[in-house]
Design a protein around this ligand. Structure first.
Ligand code: DAH
Length: 367
């Protein structure tokens, strides 16, 4: 039994005489923590001694236990003191070390750029401005009167249905004309400008957001259009053809052909659609060659037709003039409207319209 006590006391003595020098020799926090674990960690020397306590003879146990616990407090205190000295020294070394070099180049912020839809809208407006059109704005939150009725939409037209357009609650009257909605097209610009001006000529383009209840790979509930119209005495379909052909040549290139097809819109008569030669498979470049015919046949953008629908157009309907306070027997005009998103998709070869709205910089920075 005497041996056990001797060994115990010897152990205590070793820890007691060695710990300060051991800690003092540690030059960083990691080695200090490792050294402390060797003494008072779960399998440290002092911890092992404390575990032996129950096997010591009862009469000595109390005094030895007190010494062992006292020693554990000492070791902990000398560890704490050394740790704070090391932290302090590290801080001091930082402060006294080399200063920040203000001449190092900074981290630059990525430079932003306009969204591809904004760029396309600007390019479209610029072409029309160069022909002499004035750029105007029209509201996105609109009365059914300006969006539909004055443009000659019959009351039962599908677009006027609650299911097809976004109506805004809060109209004070039950009359259809007084209902408020998110405009379904930029043609409301025609009504605003023609109703508020009394001088000729009027030649305007207006671009902006429009809203419809549609949502798939090629339709978004919010998209963008440009509307244009020219009103004066003696405006004819040849003016329409001249202006829109010039637009296509400037926007898509001089070699791109156009064709007009008859079509129906309530606010024009006659009405039509304008197609441009497909800018992806370009059948007009070497018309007639077998290779070209094959390229067009397999073109997924024009679906093998060689043509792309770009816009709706026509001569402004007499009813629209009357609704806006103009005499259709003395003034005439033409109007057109086109989707900006579709043209942006064609310009950049984007297949899913939703990519344009997700604001993923990895996608947008490629366009
Ligand atoms: N507003 C029509 C639409 O959203 C586009 C349109 C067609 C505008 C013919 C016009 C036009 O000015 O003459 O589908």
């Amino acid at each position: 039994m005497g041996d056990a006590i001797e060994a115990f006391e010897h152990g205590l003595l070793q820890v007691a005489t060695g710990h300060q020098a051991t800690f003092a020799a540690c030059v960083d926090e990691a080695t200090l923590r490792a050294a402390s674990a060797k003494l008072i960690g779960p399998s440290g020397e002092l911890t092992k001694l404390l575990k032996l306590m129950p096997s010591l003879p009862g009469d000595r146990r109390k005094a030895l236990g007190q010494r062992a616990n006292e020693l554990k407090r000492e070791v902990t205190a000398s560890f704490d003191a050394r740790l704070s000295a090391l932290v302090q020294a590290a801080r001091q070394a930082d402060l006294e070390g080399p200063a920040v070099d203000p001449t190092l180049p900074g981290r630059s912020l990525g430079r932003g750029s306009p969204h591809p839809i904004t760029r396309t809208a600007d390019a479209l407006l610029e072409v029309f401005a160069s022909i002499g059109f004035e750029v105007t704005d029209a509201p996105e939150i609109e009365l059914a009167d300006f969006n539909f009725t004055r443009l000659g939409f019959p009351p039962d037209h599908p677009a006027t249905d609650m299911q097809d357009s976004f109506f805004v609650r809060g109209a004070t009257s039950a009359r259809f004309e007084d209902q408020v909605l998110l405009r379904t097209h930029t043609s409301n610009a025609q009504v605003h400008v023609m109703s508020s001006r009394r001088e000729l000529p009027i030649a305007c383009v207006s671009a902006g957001k429009v809203y419809r209840r549609d949502d798939d790979a090629t339709h978004s509930p919010m998209f963008h259009q440009v509307e244009g119209f020219w009103v004066d005495r003696g405006i004819s379909f040849s003016h329409l053809k001249g202006v829109l052909t010039t637009f296509v040549k400037r926007m898509f290139g001089a070699s791109v052909p156009v064709r007009f097809r008859p079509s129906y819109f309530p606010f024009v008569e006659p009405g039509g659609e304008l197609d441009v030669g497909c800018t992806i498979c370009r059948p007009f470049d070497e018309a007639g060659s077998d290779a070209q015919r094959e390229r067009t046949a397999s073109c997924r953008v024009c679906k093998g037709t060689g043509w792309l629908e770009v816009l709706g157009c026509g001569m402004i309907h007499p009813v629209v003039f009357e609704h806006c306070g103009w005499d259709p027997t003395t003034v005439t005009g033409f109007a057109f409207g086109m989707g900006i998103d579709r043209i942006a998709m064609l310009r950049h070869g984007v297949k899913d319209i939703r990519l344009l709205y997700e604001n993923d910089i990895r996608f947008l920075s490629q366009l």
